[in-house]
Design a protein around this ligand. Sequence first.
Ligand code: CUA
Length: 337
Amino acid sequence: MRRGSIVQLVTLGVVIGAAATLVALLVPWLPPNAAEERDGIDLVFWFTTAICIAIFALVGAVIVYSVIKFRARPDDDADGPPIHGHTGLEIVWTTVPAILVTAIAVISGIVLVQNDRAGTNHLNVNVTARQFAWTFSYPGQGNLASAQLRLPVGRSVELHLRALDVIHSFWVPEFGQKQDALPGQDTKVVITPTKVGTYPVICTELCGLGHALMRTSAIVMQPAAFNAWVKRQQTALKAPPGEAGKSVFAANGCASCHTLQAAGASGKVGPDLDKLPAYAKQAGKPLEDFVRESIVDPNAYVQPGFPKGVMPPFATLPKDQLDALVMFLIDSSKGGK
Ligand code: CUA
């Protein structure tokens, strides 16, 4: 190869690599960084991106150089020269990618192990994924439930994930790390929020028709505000059953599917809960038994006109919360008659 060709190839590579680098650096591809674990995830991301840019520059330079240098003359109808493989080249283009993917795997492994350290003073939150909703409960705070993930800033939290039906995946882009939620097997992910704010919780595993709607919010609060929220929720649960039940109704996202005047809910997916007494009569069951069964085992009786198998069973609801919810539904549906 002549020295002139090498200079041309290198120049092309530098130009293409510089252009790709500018696109990578100048476009704000990533969401704001709001968790300690995000740093490691970004490191892996940029390490991989740098490799991609280098390979892109190399391949781009060779292609552009070949297109210009070896293009056929307009009157050239001859076949190209017969070429057989090049063993040295094949060894190189097998070895180099093998080294690169191994390096990415090693760095990813180190980052994941580091991100898994929750420290001794961490908060535990149980995350339940079902088609198509997230619910969160706080075992250290009297098992209070919430439809949003509320976290204090600056404290590590260990999220224990579980799915009730199919595979889902928990992701807050600002926090960085993703984690699958599996049926029948607990998984966990550690997050240490660093910025107060509200961020989207997204399901990133195609889990059915409502996958795109399986979203809620992660609300990162000052520790004092978080403690105040915990107190308020605990007080609400200890309130008279009607009040406590209203909190349980709100915390479990019932309003997204059901109408219930007393809760200001106007969902249209499932049966109108203001009509519970009439439904119980149709089902031929005492009202309280009917309401309880419909929460824990919704498919035992499905009101005609509504699709079967849509409502997930809320069998994991703690007993005091279930009792409060049942009382609330009975009281408010009688009031709505
Ligand atoms: Cu759950 Cu997608």
